[in-house]
Design a protein around this ligand. Structure first.
Ligand SMILES: Cc1ncc(COP(=O)(O)O)c(C=O)c1O
Length: 370
């Protein structure tokens, strides 16, 4: 039986060689490889600054802190996202306020709904670029400007994604990425912050490493003394992961190109199937094609997923809406589109090592099942 997982790593000799080099150098904590990783990632996205961190959640937390979000503030977030987007707001003691998505075609946070949720306590907005398709950042940043709000992009799904001719992750005040193993780029755990603001870059570097004015590597390079000038965290990445990150970053353009070929094939095949809808039909940009999410019209998702699994085909759900989790019951909201998508969405396999024939195989079985 053919086995097609939901995702697969795009790892090879390059990653093995990169890790070997770091292990042999004996500098395995945050150091020169991390600087190289930050440079290559910033350059790829035409970003002025990049700060590598332990993971995206740490990055979002750091960004909220750097941008001055405080306990009691309100932060507008989507609910059709991974829970970390909202959790990072709770980590600051601030209140997540959930906004609905644009439509059954555009699953990103709705600018109009954002506007309707702004109060005197609102301090920031965190759009999430669903599946690599960007939220309407021009509109969101315009709203933020009028109301003097911070914008932090949850760009986990969107490395190298573009909307309206600009790289996602470079519209807002800061953006956070994840290199968790199922992402376009994987380092196991890992994350990156982008910012165009020099002060934010400096503050993120400081708070990433305990608020210390010099890291161990800076001292190795000759700085004699360090002071602690703010209450920081340990959100450092290590050079083993950064080395994998450099190798993965070098493959990113090719990863996104291949995923587009596969996504286009999914779209072509599924356009002939009546009982399924594929979103983002007229997306005004270039997606990272991280997730191949579709909407089931009537088929029972649980049964479809079980039967796909029996055929060796992986699947997932993006996402159970955050405001419906027990832990978020005190932050309830009316989000009809999010709830509808959350109850009918199914994500099909999509990864670099897949071939067009695999997409055909998945679509053939999937359409028979539904
Ligand atoms: C949209 C979104 N936000 C945040 C995260 C959290 O990333 P990490 O696991 O690197 O903290 C993820 C990871 O799956 C995600 O998909």
């Amino acid at each position: 039986m053919k086995k097609i997982p939901l995702f697969d790593l795009n790892f090879g000799e390059e990653e093995l060689a990169a890790v070997k080099e770091v292990l042999e150098s004996k500098w395995i904590s945050m150091g020169p490889k991390t600087l190289e990783f930050e440079k290559i990632y910033a350059d790829l996205h035409h970003s002025k600054h990049a700060v590598a961190v332990t993971n995206c959640t740490a990055g979002l937390h750091l960004a909220l802190r750097v941008c001055g979000v405080e306990a009691g503030d309100e932060v507008i977030v989507p609910s059709l996202t991974f829970v970390a987007t909202a959790n990072s707001v709770r980590m600051m003691g601030a209140t997540p306020v959930f906004a609905d998505v644009v439509s059954l075609d555009d699953w990103t946070i709705c600018p109009k709904d954002i506007e309707s949720k702004i109060t005197s306590k609102t301090k920031a907005i965190i759009p999430m670029h669903f599946g690599g398709y960007g939220a309407d950042m021009l509109k969101i940043c315009a709203i933020a400007k009028v109301h003097n709000l911070i914008v932090i992009e949850d760009a986990c799904h969107a490395p190298l994604g573009k909307r309206d001719g600009q790289y996602l992750g470079t519209f807002g005040d800061m953006a956070s990425y994840s290199f968790y193993s199922n992402k376009n780029m994987a380092t196991g755990e890992g994350g990156m912050l982008l910012t165009q603001n020099e002060e934010f870059d400096k503050a993120a570097r400081l708070l990433r490493a305990h608020g210390m004015t010099a890291t161990a590597f800076d001292r190795e390079m000759g700085k004699e003394f360090y002071d602690v000038v703010d209450w920081g965290y340990n959100y450092r990445i290590d050079d083993i992961r950064s080395a994998i990150g450099v190798a993965q970053a070098k493959k990113l353009q090719e990863d996104v190109r291949k995923r587009k070929v596969l996504s286009d094939r999914y779209r072509e095949n599924l356009s002939k199937v009546e009982s399924v809808t594929v979103p983002f039909q007229n997306y005004p940009g270039e997606s990272s094609n991280y997730v191949m999410g579709v909407l089931l019209e009537s088929a029972d998702r649980k049964t479809v997923r079980r039967e796909l699994n029996e055929l060796g085909i992986g699947s997932s759900m993006h996402y159970p809406p955050v405001h419906q989790f027990r832990c978020y019951k005190d932050f309830s909201a009316e989000l009809p589109l999010t709830e509808d998508i959350g109850s009918r969405e199914i994500s099909l396999p999509l990864y670099y090592n897949m071939e067009v024939e695999d997409v055909d195989y998945v679509c053939e079985n999937f359409s028979k099942l539904i």
